[in-house]
Design a protein. Structure first.
Length: 159
């Protein structure tokens, strides 16, 4: 297996495919050392209560459909191969099912919402394992005191 693909082979087939493409172009050579980021950073997460998050997702799904998601999906499917990985994004399959007469608009919106809720749940699971994340409540009326502490820490660290 090419050296460039070793760190990624078991994570994602798409990444492996890309690593193999890169190896084919540049040859089998070691990856460059990571450069890092020298400035101070903060890793912030938004800890939205699930009921509020579900409402936000529902509002967003309805807004996407109202703003022309179905027309966008139609246009893109006419111009590009619908099996491209980019079209696995939430909204396209639902729009195409609507366009093909398989489901009605409300069902398409409900499926979009369900996929987004599932995606948000996976994100919560992924990020829960990251102890460096400082969680903020975006539904709070006042600016979260933690956000102020983080901002001050970054300003002081920057000098």
């Amino acid at each position: 297996m090419p050296t460039a693909s070793k760190p990624q082979w078991n994570i994602c087939a798409g990444w492996l495919r890309r690593a193999l493409e890169i190896a084919e172009i540049v040859g089998d050579r070691p990856l460059p050392e990571p450069r890092g980021y020298t400035a101070p950073i903060a890793w912030l997460g938004l800890d939205v209560p699930r009921d509020a998050h579900a409402r936000w997702i529902a509002d967003r799904a309805r807004a996407q459909f109202a703003a022309g998601l179905v027309d966008e999906a139609r246009s893109l499917r006419e111009r590009y191969d619908p099996t491209l990985p980019a079209f696995s994004a939430i909204g396209y399959a639902e729009s195409w099912a609507l366009l093909d007469g398989e489901i009605d608009r409300e069902t398409a919106i409900e499926r979009n919402m369900a996929r987004n809720v599932a995606f948000a749940k996976r994100q919560r699971t992924w990020f829960r394992r990251e102890p460096e994340i400082e969680w903020l409540d975006p539904t709070a009326d006042a600016l979260d005191p933690l956000a102020l502490r983080v901002a001050r820490r970054l300003i002081v660290a920057r000098g």
